[in-house]
Design a protein around this ligand. Sequence first.
Ligand SMILES: [Mg+2]
Length: 115
Amino acid sequence: MTDLDKLQELIIEFRDERDWKQFHNPKDSAISLILEAAEFLEHFQWKNEEEIKQHLRERGEDVADELADVLYWVLLIAYDLNIDLENAAESKMVKNRLKYPVEKTKGKHTKYTEL
Ligand SMILES: [Mg+2]
């Protein structure tokens, strides 16, 4: 069992103890994922680079909490949709390598459609 599997198990146990599965249809779970991503993003809104560094020093734990909330929903949705996230991520990385060949993309932020 991987660390990701253990974490997923912890999340599902947390949900089941509270009988929340009844609320977790794919649409509302996807909305929750994006809302948590927005809460993470909110930490950076309106701040310049220096302010972000300071914010991360002062509120780093809060930022980490929001990122953890994003992971919570990623793992929960993967479980509910029966997606093997490790396989999916590995497979996607193979696709990314093909989409962004090193010789065309090294040191560039160009989107693959513009390569
Ligand atoms: Mg949150």
